[in-house]
Design a protein around this ligand. Structure first.
Ligand SMILES: Cc1ncc(COP(=O)(O)O)c(C=O)c1O
Length: 402
């Protein structure tokens, strides 16, 4: 779920204010789109940091970063305030100002980062099964101005990284992975975010959460240092590192930077979440398998998992084969089910992008997906009977919406 829809976290359609209208009757049951897996351990970790008095970027960030880097098999991880910041920094710190090829079938943050860095988004179509960037479509839009490729690992399934990485290598292009939705997913056994510059989100619906937060991963020490500096007002070493030096009051800005840092408080949550990540992803997979068993395949096309891939089901999305999707969503929401759509409209059809980049894009798969996809609730703590309730309601709604 993108950052612009906070009402979908932990809240069902029936809880939304109804602007003067009488509140509809509460459905017998509520299954929100997502409930983040947070508990006593996270509360204790936050309490400990608050007691320590070190609230800003600090030692917990170092701990979170090294756990994250180790898990992804990369040399460096930089904790940030969001994935949007990570995406922007990946491009900005590498001096990308030309064309960046990315899918339109993504949350708008992916393309916004390109625009913010001073680049030009070029949208390529996606594969119909995984909804991820199609390497052939990428080849078709390469130009002399192309400087980077930004695959997005949609809903927890890795993009075709083998083919995309080889296009990037052959054309000497920067490879920035938008792995906001795929912490722990693999392509041919290798985790997303480890192929190029990895960008991750810790928004509450993601595989791992710190409330708000992000991470950038890289094997390039110079890039990591530059990103760290730009994220910290352009000053080359963090406050914490400076405290250790002889003259902690000296601050040398080597860049005109920003403040994109993650706080020590949120990093403490991240450290706890890292220890639960595999369990949380496995729980998501169990729920997805149950959905796969229960949903009517005549009504829905179910999510694909390509051979050699590990899907981590940040979202469970199905394609409605026929019928009125709006009606289906309304019926599910009326039953207390936080069903939603990711993503409609796709980025190229968003007003800002139409105004600035025109509407001549040829993205037939993207448009078909945007019109037919439905996101069903999935989160680690979901109960078996919640999955059954949602599947039964979805099958019934698919019949009545035709
Ligand atoms: C594909 C994708 N990219 C980027 C983002 C932005 O992440 P954040 O909210 O951490 O900036 C999201 C979040 O929803 C996303 O789904």
């Amino acid at each position: 779920m993108p950052a612009s829809e906070p009402e979908n976290v932990n809240v069902s359609a029936a809880d939304k204010p109804s602007e003067g209208k009488p509140k509809p009757e509460r459905p017998e049951r509520e299954v929100p789109l997502c409930i983040p897996d947070m508990g006593d351990e996270e509360i204790a970790a936050v309490a400990e940091v608050i007691r320590s008095g070190w609230l800003a970027h600090g030692p917990k960030n170092k701990e979170f970063e090294s756990l994250f880097a180790e898990y992804h098999g990369v040399a460096h991880a930089v904790s940030l305030n969001s994935c949007a910041s990570a995406l922007f920094l990946a491009l900005h710190a590498s001096g990308i100002r030309g064309e960046v090829i990315l899918p339109s079938f993504t949350f708008v943050a992916s393309a916004n980062a390109v625009v913010a860095a001073g680049g030009t988004p070029v949208f390529a179509d996606v594969a119909p099964d995984t909804c991820n960037l199609d390497p052939e479509a990428v080849e078709a839009v390469l130009t002399e101005r192309t400087e980077a490729i930004m695959p997005v690992h949609y809903a927890g399934h890795a993009a075709q990284m083998g083919a995309l990485a080889s296009i990037a290598a052959k054309r000497k292009l920067l490879l920035v992975e938008d792995s906001a939705e795929a912490i722990g997913a693999t392509w041919n056994g290798k985790r997303t975010g480890g192929w190029g510059t990895g960008c991750f989100s810790f928004y509450p619906t993601k595989n791992l959460s710190t409330g708000e937060g992000g991470m950038l991963t890289t094997n390039d020490a110079a890039l990591a240092e530059k990103v760290r500096a730009i994220a910290g007002h352009g000053v080359a070493s963090s406050t914490w590192a400076r405290e250790k030096k002889e003259k902690p009051w000296l601050r040398a800005a080597t860049f005109a930077g920003y403040n994109f840092r993650m706080s020590n408080v949120l990093a403490a949550i991240g450290v706890v979440q890292m220890s639960k990540l595999e369990r949380m992803n496995e729980a998501r997979r169990v729920h997805a398998m149950r959905y796969n068993e229960l949903l009517d395949r005549d009504a829905f096309e179910l999510p694909a998992e390509r051979p050699g891939c590990r899907h981590v089901y940040q979202m469970y999305t199905v394609k409605l084969r026929r019928g009125d999707r709006t009606k289906l969503l309304a019926e599910l929401r009326g039953k207390g089910i936080g069903a939603s759509v990711h993503f409609d409209p796709p980025v190229h059809a968003q007003p800002y992008y139409v105004e600035h980049y025109g509407s001549a894009w040829k993205l037939p798969v993207t448009e078909r997906l945007a019109a037919s996809l439905v996101t069903l609730p999935i989160y680690p703590g979901m109960r078996q009977d919640d999955v059954e309730y949602v599947a039964k309601a979805a099958n019934a709604a698919a019949k009545s919406c035709v």
